[in-house]
Design a protein around this ligand. Structure first.
Ligand code: NAD
Length: 496
């Protein structure tokens, strides 16, 4: 059987369990409510998922609180907690095929990337924080002889994690890894558009030895389960990844409830600046198009505004267009497919609306611009490039979250920096120049949480990920994220 048929056969056999996971076991929603999932790849039914409400969130938070208070997790020796998290990471890898298939069916990404990127990144994130947990030390403050001041990092308590659908497992792991490693309990609310892998992760964590109640999952809708979690009086912090619109609500919920910490990782409209001194435009075009169309353009850091110096713009657009055409939408279960399905019909309508807006505003569609694979029963759009975009157009200002790139032209370095920074977002940016002074000057001037120079795809768990401005206030990954899930405690001791 060829690989494509093999995945199709496995998919046909899959019967996902959509129940919540609370206190170490699968449970239906308190009032028995469910919602139905259909796969965006072809509309096939994926079964019923528990539709969590305030009562389910309350049960999960109470379970998490009990686990925290009796110290069943945080009280374990660090070496033992480390072992559990390493086992968790290993079990994720052992369940690689099943998790990847669930992710692909649930949200439409190509199986090859679910396998090679999503599962691998999820497992390595957990393993990295497992290693980190016994390497973060407290401090002793400089004091006079008659006192000792200890500064310790303590777990916060119960962490609510609310995550999106574009990288469901990875986004969950970016919260789970540091929150669990720091000794907290977690209640995870996955997106209603991609809930299936979250509950499997919780089962694997228990199998690895994580005590019941330390990691609970309540699937459901944002305005129901998500809102209840963010408003809960017994949740100490919310790790949120999602849209800027909901990020604002998260801050409001904290203000209306117990002033819980809110760490927001939000949207982006990241700019790439390509200068005419760059010596390898082909590599630049390959990297930029690859980063843009990866994951169907459904990435917060997709380089969706490409600013090109006017004298090389014609050539560069041709190179980009050639690269874009290699991302033909295909069946996500075919291991050769590079571009899968958008997450649902609503997202398809949104993206098609932006394609129409680009044309109406006078931008020139260089390649793509149409819906694709309608006969599949799924939601596909061709990789699209608009040239002649100005920064005031809707397609340049708003996050599209689909395979749509805007090309803008500039004359001078000053103009390029001004255009790049003229956005409410500040997640990432990229500078392409072989002039060392310019590369440093421009990197310094860009208001973004990550600036890439002569590349875009470098990424690692060791570095913080997050944005300036309306792209958020938190940082996922690295020890900076670990610290975010701890409280600082000072203990003064008087010495006789
Ligand atoms: P979204 O904001 O619609 O939903 C994110 C999560 O919030 C989901 O679990 C959803 O159910 C929940 N939610 C929705 N309304 C809510 C409410 N009223 N109260 C509480 N919870 C609510 O975002 P999305 O469409 O799932 O994801 C796409 C967005 O995520 C994009 O804007 C993207 O840029 C962003 N994102 C950011 C990063 C980052 O690290 N900065 C990473 C990935 C995605």
């Amino acid at each position: 059987m060829n690989q494509s048929k093999l995945w199709a056969a496995r998919a046909a056999e899959l019967r996902p369990d959509g129940r919540a996971f609370i206190e170490g076991r699968r449970v239906a929603a308190v009032d028995g409510l469910t919602f139905d999932r259909q796969s965006p790849i072809d509309g096939r039914p994926l079964g019923a998922v528990a539709r969590g409400q305030a009562a389910d969130i309350d049960a999960a938070v109470q379970s998490a609180r009990r686990a925290f208070e009796d110290r069943r997790w945080t009280g374990m020796p660090p070496a033992s907690r480390k072992k559990v998290l390493h086992r968790f990471s290993a079990l994720i890898l052992a369940a690689r095929d099943e998790l990847a298939l669930l992710e692909t069916l649930d949200m439409g990404k190509p199986i090859q990337y679910a396998l090679e990127e999503d599962v691998a990144a999820t497992a390595s994130c957990i393993a990295w924080y497992a290693e980190a947990l016994d390497k973060v030390y407290g401090e002793i403050a400089p004091t006079a002889d008659d006192a000792l001041a200890l500064i310790a990092r303590e777990p916060m308590g119960v962490i609510g994690a609310v995550v999106p659908w574009n990288y469901p497992m990875v986004m969950a792991a970016w919260k789970l890894g540091p929150a669990l490693a720091a000794g907290n309990s977690v209640v995870l609310k996955p997106s209603e558009k991609s809930p299936l892998t979250a509950m499997r992760l919780a089962e694997l964590a228990m199998e690895a030895g994580l005590p019941p109640g330390v990691f609970n999952v309540v699937p459901g809708f944002g305005h129901e389960a998500g809102e209840a979690l963010a408003l809960h009086m017994d949740v100490d912090a919310i790790g949120f990844t999602g849209s800027t619109r909901v990020g604002r609500l998260m801050l409001a919920y904290a203000g209306q409830s117990n002033l819980k910490r809110v760490y927001n990782e939000l949207g982006g409209k990241s700019a790439v600046l390509v200068f005419d001194d760059h010596k390898d435009l082909e590599r630049a075009a390959r990297t930029v198009a690859g980063s843009m169309f990866y994951n169907q353009g459904e990435s917060c850091n997709a380089p969706s505004r490409v600013l090109v110096q006017a004298d090389i713009a014609e050539d560069f657009v041709q190179l980009l267009a050639a690269e874009a055409r290699s991302f033909a939408p295909g069946d996500p279960l075919d291991p050769e497919t590079e571009l899968g399905a958008l997450v649902d019909e609503q997202q398809l309508r949104t993206v098609l609306g932006y394609l129409a807006a680009g044309r109406e505003a006078g931008a020139r569609c260089v390649t793509g611009g149409e819906q694709a694979r309608q006969d599949s029963g799924g939601y596909y759009v061709q990789p699209t490039i608009f040239d002649g975009v100005t920064n005031s157009m809707k397609i340049a200002r708003e996050e599209i979250f689909g395979p749509v790139m805007s090309v803008l032209r500039f004359q001078s370095e000053e103009e390029a920096i001004a255009l790049a920074n003229d956005t409410p977002y500040g997640l990432q940016a990229s500078v392409w120049s072989h002039d060392l002074n310019r590369a440093h000057r421009v990197s310094r001037a860009l208001r973004a949480g990550t600036v890439h120079v002569n590349q875009y795809d470098e990424d690692d768990i060791t570095v913080p990920f997050g944005g300036y401005k309306q792209s958020g206030n938190g940082r996922d990954k690295s020890l900076h994220a670990f610290e975010k899930y701890t409280e600082l405690k000072t203990t003064w001791i008087s010495l006789d």
